[in-house]
Design a protein around this ligand. Structure first.
Ligand SMILES: *Cc1c(COP(=O)(O)O)cnc(C)c1O
Length: 462
């Protein structure tokens, strides 16, 4: 198994190389050259297995023997032992055929833990084997930074630097990052906004000279291993509800499209899925593209579901590559046009996407209404991201005999602002975090200047 770029010009890589690389040199994203198959017998044999064992079986072909089976099993087991629920990602029934897949039982209470607990351990394994160290740099407005820090805090061969905009991140989200006092974790508060922080990270990846040859690694969702880890819970949830003998549908609160793309991969591997419903907030590029063939950027809107506030969905490129019949040149041309001006997909690829995907956009007023309505009907308090999914699932529900599984991407305690606005007194943090507001914090405030940030990284990496 090798990995190829969605733009067709970069060299093919091994699994180890693709995990350590991030973006392809032609500007594309890496995808597997062939999609491994899960037969009906493979799926049937997963009934009743632990999450870790299903994870091992689903991911094994992507790893391609580059980590031996025993070691990989151990990595997977350790990654998911950090979750506070024995099922790792439990299903919670909402009504006769609508289920929530709770992806928020990891250390930072959002679904990004599922991928980042695994990615940190895989990176550390490969670096140890090579006798190398690496630096991770990322910018965050919330969920990704804390999940990456939790995923790397025990990794001997990694130093992680996460930039957040000073005084512009909620207290819970800041403290989830800054109270991790491990020697290899560095939180930097930038005197600027998220875009300033993001621009400095991008510039550092483009010119890595300041690190004197130490590798810089990206842990955002362009890293293939994150997609790979997310394929697993689609399979596990469908098997729990009767796959391969019974179809299911999924509804996914979406932003950069990494999560729902992983579901699509599970389907391509052989999981029977009737359709995927994409839920967006007011930042609705995915919905506009699918519904109106309006593939264009619009100004960012700050919403009650901030982890879905994006202008461009980076991982949509991976789906476009499939829709365009894996024609890298066509994808590159489309994305070049998209960067310059509003554009549209060609008819045939769009028709292909519409066979498998529906979409729905949910504004802030509706998010609040849904949190109240879902509580009234089920006693569940949804987080604002999951609320977009709940509404989209209700609107786009197809065949009643096919269960709808809505992905619950965050714990409601993490997004108290929306929950309180919806009229609830707030939701307590789970027990392992109930002293979060008293814990010691550590972070460094730096001006929004590339040279100052790079100097800090170069001097503090170990
Ligand atoms: C990151 C995130 C999303 C969006 O996921 P994508 O993979 O970017 O589509 C949705 N909800 C929450 C809570 C998140 O943290």
């Amino acid at each position: 198994m090798r990995y190829i770029s969605t733009r067709g010009q970069a060299p093919a890589l091994s699994f180890e190389e693709v995990v350590l690389t991030g973006m392809a040199s032609d500007g594309g994203l890496y995808v597997p050259e062939e999609i491994p198959r899960l037969s009906r017998d493979d799926l049937a044999a997963m009934a009743g297995l632990s999450y870790a064992e299903i994870a091992f079986r689903v991911m094994r072909p992507f790893v391609n023997g580059e980590i031996d089976d025993d070691t990989f099993r151990g990595i997977v087991r350790d990654a998911y032992a950090t979750f506070s629920h024995d099922a790792v990602v439990p299903l919670n029934q909402l009504d006769a055929n609508h289920f929530l897949l709770e992806l928020f039982h990891g250390p930072t209470l959002a679904f990004k833990d599922v991928a980042l607990q695994l990615l940190g351990r895989i990176l550390d394994h490969f670096l140890k084997k090579r006798g190398e160290r690496a630096v991770i740099m990322g910018a965050t407005s919330g969920d990704t930074g804390s999940a990456a820090i939790e995923g790397c805090r025990h990794c001997d061969n990694l130093d992680i630097f996460i930039l957040h905009p000073y005084q512009r991140v909620s207290e819970v989200q800041r403290r989830q990052m800054t109270t991790v006092l491990a020697d290899n974790v560095f939180n930097v508060a930038i005197e600027g906004n998220f875009d300033d922080a993001q621009a400095m990270v991008k510039a550092s990846f483009a010119d890595q000279g300041f690190l004197d040859g130490t590798r810089l690694v990206a842990v955002n969702s362009i890293n293939w291993a994150r997609i790979m880890a997310q394929i697993v819970y689609y399979v596990a949830a469908a098997v729990a509800l009767g796959a391969p003998h019974r179809m299911v549908s999924f509804c996914v609160p979406s932003a950069n499209f990494g999560n729902v793309f992983a579901g699509y991969m599970a389907h391509r591997m052989g999981l029977p899925v009737e359709r995927f419903v994409i839920a967006t907030n007011a930042n609705d590029i995915l919905h506009r593209t699918l519904a109106d063939n309006d593939f264009s950027k619009q100004d960012l809107v700050a919403t009650l579901a901030p982890s879905m506030d994006i202008v461009v969905s980076s991982n949509f490129e991976r789906l476009l590559f499939e829709a365009y019949g894996r024609d890298g040149a066509a994808v590159a041309a489309l994305l070049e046009r998209f960067q310059a001006e509003p554009t549209a997909l060609a008819e045939a690829p769009l028709a292909r996407l519409r066979e498998q995907f529906a979409s729905h956009s949910v504004d802030d007023a509706t998010i609040l209404e849904v949190i109240r309505e879902a509580h009234h009907r089920t006693q569940e308090v949804l987080d604002p991201h999951t609320a977009t999914g709940y509404r989209a699932a209700e609107r786009e529900r197809g065949d009643a005999a096919v269960p709808m599984i809505t992905l619950a991407t965050a714990h409601p305690a993490k997004f108290a602002e929306a929950v309180v606005k919806a009229g609830f007194p707030g939701v307590p943090l789970p027990p392992h975090m109930d002293d979060l507001l008293e814990r010691e914090e550590r972070y460094t405030v730096l001006p929004s200047e590339l040279a100052a940030v790079q100097k800090f990284v170069a001097e503090n990496r170990r």
